[in-house]
Structures are given as C-alpha cells and as structure tokens.
Ligand binder design. Structure first.
Ligand SMILES: Cc1cc2nc3c(=O)[nH]c(=O)nc-3n(C[C@H](O)[C@H](O)[C@H](O)COP(=O)(O)OP(=O)(O)OC[C@H]3O[C@@H](n4cnc5c(N)ncnc54)[C@H](O)[C@@H]3O)c2cc1C
Length: 502
C-alpha cells in the first residue's frame, strides 16, 4: 500500500473523477497554495456529449478523450493518479484506490467527489449485456461494433426473418442521447452505408426509438420535443411512446403498453439510454455522514455542496442532488468551480458557515437530431420563458458550443476535419470495428469476477462485500473490506509480539 502525497505540508485537496466536475475543479485550483491529487479510473477526460458521434463513426475516441495528465501537464500543483476509488474514510480523511493489485491511500484536507453516474436498468441489471448503455468510450466503441456488425451479419443471411431482426435497431430512452443516437443510426443507414452492401439494402434498416414516457425529450418541453419527434419521423425513425421495456434478450425485447398488453420486437442491436444511477460512492458517504440520497443514488448535498459534518467534503456534478440543477455538463463544471473557490476562500481565512450557497447559472440545453438539424432552448435575461429554436441555426449553435468545450487545440482541429468530412459528404471517417470492441465487455466482467473470487479466497473479502453495479459489473459493496485483512494482520502481529503469558 502506498501514500502518494506523503511529505506534503500544503493543504491537500483530493479530487475523485476526471470528468467535467473533477477536471474543472482541479484547473480552478491552478494558482492556489494547495497540492491537488486527481484520482480517476480512466486516464482520460471524457466529453460525454459527443460519445454518440464515436458510436456512429463520425469522430474518433481520441478527439473527445484527451489524456488528463497531458491536460494538466503545466499545472505544477496537480498530480494525476489512475485508480478506482474503493473507499472514502471521512473520519481518517483518507481515500483508498486500487489499480490492479496496487492499493493507494491518499489523505486529504479537502475532498471533491465528482465520480458521475452509471447507466441504470431500474433493477433489471441483466439487460446490460443485451443493450449496452452509452457512458464510456468502451460503451461507444462496443455500440459502433454492434451497429455495424448487425449490417455485416444481415449481408450474410438468406433468412428474411433473421435479416429483419438484424436490421432492426432499437434505442430505449427518448432523452437527448436516445434522440441523437436514433437520428445518427438512421442517417448512417440511409446515407453513409447506402450502396455499400450487395445482398441487403441498408436504407431498409428500421430504427425504433421507444420510451415509457409519453413524450420525446421531456426536459425540453412539448414544443421542442414535438419538433424533434417530427424531424426524426421524417427521417424514417419509428417513435413508440408509453412503451415500457419489461424484458430483453439477445434477439429482442418485450414491451408493455399503457393498457397492460405486451408485445415483442425482434431486434439484435439494442441500445439503452433510459436512466442513470449515481456512483455507489454516494452510499458510503450516506453511511458515514448520514447525508440522504435521492432515488437515483445522488447525494442530497447542503447548499454549499458539502455534506453534513464535513464542510470540506464536496460532492459535485452528476453525483449531487440539487433542486433545479440538471445532470448536465454545466451543472458539473459550475459545481466543481464553486467547490474549488470555497477551498481557496477558506485558505484565505473565510469560514465555511459564511459560504454563499451554490447558484446554478442555466445556460440552456440542446440536442442534435441529424445533420443540419437540432433543437435548442436558451434562457433570455429579462424573459420568463426560454428562447426555443430548431433547425439549422440551432445545429450551428450546438456545433460551435461543443467545439468550445472540447479540450485541446489538436482535438478541436481533428474534430473540425472529421465534421467537415461527415457534414459536407455522406462519409464518416471512423467506421473501423473490431471483435475486441464487441466482445470485451463480457471478458472484462469475467476477469473482474475472477479477481473478486481470488480476493475472497485470500480472506480480503467476505461474500457480502461484493455487489453489482447498475450495469451488472461486480463491485465492492462494503466501503472498507480491506480493513478486515489489515485488522486481522494487525491483531496477528500484536499476538505474536505479546510475551507469552507467564
Ligand atoms: C451520452 C451522453 C450525452 C450527454 N450529452 C450532454 C449534452 O449534450 N449536454 C450536457 O450538458 N450534458 C450532457 N451529458 C451529461 C454530462 O456529460 C454529465 O452531466 C457530466 O459529464 C457530469 O460530469 P461529472 O464530472 O459529474 O461526471 P463524469 O463526467 O461522468 O465523470 C465522472 C468521472 O469519475 C470517474 N469515476 C467514477 N467512479 C470512480 C471511482 N470509483 N474511482 C475513480 N474514478 C471514478 C470516471 O472515470 C470519470 O472520470 C451527456 C451524458 C452522456 C452520457
């Protein structure tokens, strides 16, 4: 076990996560007299809003996932550690992370937790293997493999029923991600792949967007939601609302209608974008501090984004539950910066009890539907209602805004080149798929299971220490299982060092 900040005399800030909340809070501390340790389980900062473009071959993964340590190279007070944070000890003020066999303990004076959210299958975790979500680069590449792989299999099939199943794509969840994906799959089959197969006609592919709710894009309101639905339908996307998925398997899904009746859709390629569950680290905080969690496992933070009894432990981004703050990039960026500012203020003598509450600045929301088409809702100062627009100008606004937030000049340049190619022609430059992309999920889950079994055998874990994430991955359920072994070793050593009773 190692402590990577041993010897530090400055105020130690530990940041968990390299997403929007984690990266922007770290950068905000650039000039502060602190040592920042950012711990994340991936080596990159992921720009999730453009994951769907990776999944559908418009851009490459590198363009939206630059290496965190390269971004922070010039920030001398920041250190980046790769590791999965397994436990947070609020009393000892230590974060414990693991990278393979290596366990690292990182002490903190202040802690910013920005570990985001995972996909939620609403208790049906086994759905994950048949309908992956879209939260990570792995997810996006797997989806690309599944989408293009389905066309490849259809080309080889002589059975009309099987072909129909292979050419039916179902996107579950009609929020922004579902809308963007459904639009892109339709555009890819109608334009990019048109004329590239000899036995099938890719334009005959059927794309279904379904949701248990009665509307498309509910957070954007009925006007923009209705416009998005119309545009999708004009592209051939079939929208099925009030339709709840009650079962899923390799070849299709079972849908329950509003009247209680059920029907089956035959489809090999399914995508899940229907719900989120906050990082399980929230549960550890709840157990130790008494802070409440909402239904999605988000932490109901205090007005200054800290948790009760721990004024220097902040929870930001998708993990926090704050009224009127949506689970969007801006919520995480603003929350991360607020927490960093609170830490800086305290170093200058400010008292936590005097902090101004966190205020969210709503900058609006948008979603793309297809090439040259998007919907956008932006607040206008002095007006109660948001300005709502759709079509080409909304799409242009989306493009420019996302370009601004992509980190790094080179990533921006590459994105512009790929976008130009995709938008000015029917082409997409990232249509490579590999077997590994499609099959690795199961192999990785299998390896994780082997590792946990090994740790159980070694006495590090008890059976109850292992639970499953919302997407079905085995994880630790006990915040401090490793302590068990350490305690056992300590008492062993103690027993050995005690003189024999006379
Ligand atoms: C497909 C998709 C499209 C989206 N589109 C938009 C959009 O158009 N506009 C918009 O505003 N928002 C959009 N969002 C939402 C936005 O991306 C999130 O709100 C934002 O990323 C939240 O930031 P965060 O820092 O809280 O979490 P994240 O960005 O998810 O970062 C979490 C970080 O924590 C790390 N982590 C998690 N658990 C651990 C652990 N135990 N140990 C160590 N590290 C850990 C992860 O590796 C990651 O680095 C989209 C999200 C998705 C998934």
């Amino acid at each position: 076990m190692s402590d990577k900040t041993a010897g530090s005399t400055r105020h130690r800030v530990v940041v968990i996560g390299s997403g929007f909340g984690g990266l922007f809070s770290t950068q905000r501390l650039r000039k502060a007299d602190v040592d920042v340790t950012l711990i994340a389980r991936t080596t990159h900062h992921l720009f999730q809003p453009m994951l769907y473009q990776v999944a559908t071959g418009i851009i490459s993964e590198g363009e939206i996932a630059p290496a965190t340590r390269v971004i922070l190279r010039k920030q001398a007070n920041a250190q980046v550690l790769m590791g999965n944070v397994e436990s947070i000890d609020l009393e000892k003020k230590v974060v414990t992370s693991r990278l393979l066999e290596r366990i690292t303990e990182t002490p903190f004076d202040s802690l910013i937790i920005a570990a985001g959210a995972d996909q939620s299958y609403f208790g049906n975790d086994h759905f994950a293997q048949f309908a992956p979500g879209m939260k990570t680069i792995d997810d996006a590449l797997e989806l690309r493999g599944r989408i293009l792989g389905a066309f490849e299999q259809a080309e080889l099939s002589d059975d009309p029923e099987e072909r129909a199943r292979l050419l039916t794509f179902v996107v579950v969840g009609a929020g922004p991600t579902g809308v963007e994906l459904a639009g892109q799959i339709a555009e890819m089959s109608d334009k990019t792949l048109k004329g590239t197969f000899r036995n099938i006609d890719s334009t005959e592919a059927k794309v279904i967007l379904l949701d248990a709710a009665p509307a498309v894009l509910p957070p954007m309101g009925p006007n923009l939601g209705g416009k998005a639905a119309k545009r999708l339908e004009s592209m051939g996307v079939e929208i099925q609302l009030n339709a709840m998925v009650v079962d899923l398997d390799y070849d299709g899904l079972l849908v329950k209608e509003k009247d209680g009746s059920t029907r089956r859709i035959e489809s090999q390629c399914k995508v899940w974008s229907a719900g989120v569950a906050a990082s399980p680290l929230g549960k550890q905080l709840a157990e130790q501090s008494g802070v409440e969690l909402d239904r999605a496992g988000r932490v109901k933070v205090l007005p200054d984004l800290s948790i009760p009894g721990n004024p220097n432990v902040f929870v930001v981004g998708d993990m926090m539950s704050v009224e009127d703050v949506p689970g969007m990039a801006q919520g995480a960026i603003q929350g991360g910066r607020y927490a960093a500012d609170a830490i800086k203020a305290e170093l200058k003598g400010a008292r936590p009890e005097d902090r101004e509450p966190f205020k969210y600045w709503d900058k609006g929301s948008m979603a793309t539907i297809s090439k040259f088409s998007a919907v956008m809702s932006v607040p206008v100062p002095g007006f109660k209602k948001n300005l709502e627009t759709e079509g080409f100008f909304a799409w242009l606004g989306w493009l420019l805004l996302h370009l601004v937030y992509i980190v790094g000049f080179r990533s921006r340049l590459n994105t512009i080149v790929d976008w130009s190619f995709a938008f000015l022609t029917k082409g997409r430059s990232q249509l490579t798929i590999t077997e590994q992309q499609v099959l690795a999920r199961n192999a990785l889950d299998h390896l994780a299971q082997i590792d946990l079994d090994r740790r159980k055998e070694a006495g590090e874990l008890l059976p109850d220490d292992v639970a499953e994430t919302p997407s079905g991955k085995p994880v630790l359920s006990d915040p401090t299982p490793k302590v068990r072994k350490a305690e056992a070793e300590d008492s062993d050593a103690e027993a050995k060092s005690k003189p024999a009773a006379s």
